[in-house]
Design a protein around this ligand. Structure first.
Ligand code: NAD
Length: 259
């Protein structure tokens, strides 16, 4: 079924930042393809929240590290809504166990790279091809791709080098796709969150409470999923037509070097 409303695919939107993005986009009238893995309850809850925000969505349980699953996300988006206007590569993980860089094992690096960098790289490839077709067929106009990166792209954490390496890779992936797709009418952006209150950071809450209290972020509070959602909605609204490959820091000013 083809719909007139714009359609966004958001990976890992069963909870956390992805859910925050889904709600903000739903409030702005977007239809949401909610992707996650494992337990179907969290993405179902995101769908209820999207509907409560006045829009609609579709859940695809799929692992972004698996090629056939990535294809299924795209196929189901098209079957259900007939178009793809926005891809938000949000799904991400940290290492299962934090180990010092001198102890990190190969499997852990591969796992984190697969979820945070390689899966999103190939999902972007898959979605970009569809977007190019749909631009040609005049089904969509100015589609966009947004990668959710991290301050870890430039901040060393020697107890989770897997994560830092993967997010540094995401930064280059943004630049590569931005360069390749600029003249095709697809802008690509990176949103770079700081310390955001989600299930991912719940395990290190005390540490970050302390750091925030000590002023590690000039804006002295935890970031919230809706802070990222608002930045995505701002880009999705189309007010940055002459910007691509752009990093938008949503980090309370963490990136500012201070003396
Ligand atoms: P989260 O763990 O709360 O949510 C991530 C979601 O991704 C989960 O629902 C998980 O099931 C899903 N997911 C994991 N692997 C997947 C896979 N293979 N296929 C599909 N879905 C998968 O994390 P979050 O804090 O909401 O983080 C979202 C994104 O923001 C991640 O890319 C993360 O690296 C990034 N980020 C988070 C913070 C933070 O402070 N929370 C800071 C910077 C960047």
């Amino acid at each position: 079924m083809k719909m007139d409303k714009k359609v966004a695919i958001i990976t890992g939107s069963g909870r956390g930042i992805g859910r925050g993005i889904a709600i903000e986009l739903a409030q702005a009238g977007w239809l949401i393809v909610i992707n996650d893995i494992g337990n179907p309850d969290p993405p179902a809850e995101t769908l209820s929240l999207v509907q409560a925000a006045g829009s609609d969505g579709h859940v695809v349980l799929a692992d972004i590290t698996v090629g056939t699953d990535r294809q299924r996300i795209v196929d189901e988006a098209l079957q259900r809504f007939g178009r793809i206007d926005l891809l938000v590569n949000n799904a991400g993980i940290g290492p299962r166990v934090r180990k010092d860089i001198l102890e990190v094992e190969e499997d852990s690096l591969h796992e984190v790279m697969n979820v945070n960098l390689i899966g999103p790289f190939f999902l972007t490839q898959c979605v970009a091809r569809v977007m190019l077709e749909q631009i040609k067929e005049k089904v969509i106009e100015d589609p966009k791709i947004i990668n959710i990166g991290s301050i870890s792209a430039f901040t060393s954490s020697t107890s989770r080098p897997e994560y830092c390496l993967s997010k540094a890779g995401v930064a280059m992936s943004t630049l590569l796709y931005a360069d390749r797709l600029a003249n095709e009418g697809i802008n690509v952006y990176e949103i770079r969150p700081g310390i955001i209150e989600t299930p991912m950071t719940a395990v290190v809450k005390d540490k970050y409470d302390r750091l925030i209290d000590q002023g590690i972020t000039p804006i002295k509070r935890w970031g919230q999923p809706q802070d990222i959602g608002k930045a995505v909605a701002a880009i999705a609204s189309g007010f940055f037509p002459y910007s691509t490959g752009q990093v938008i820091n949503v980090d309370g000013g963490f990136h500012i070097q201070r003396l």
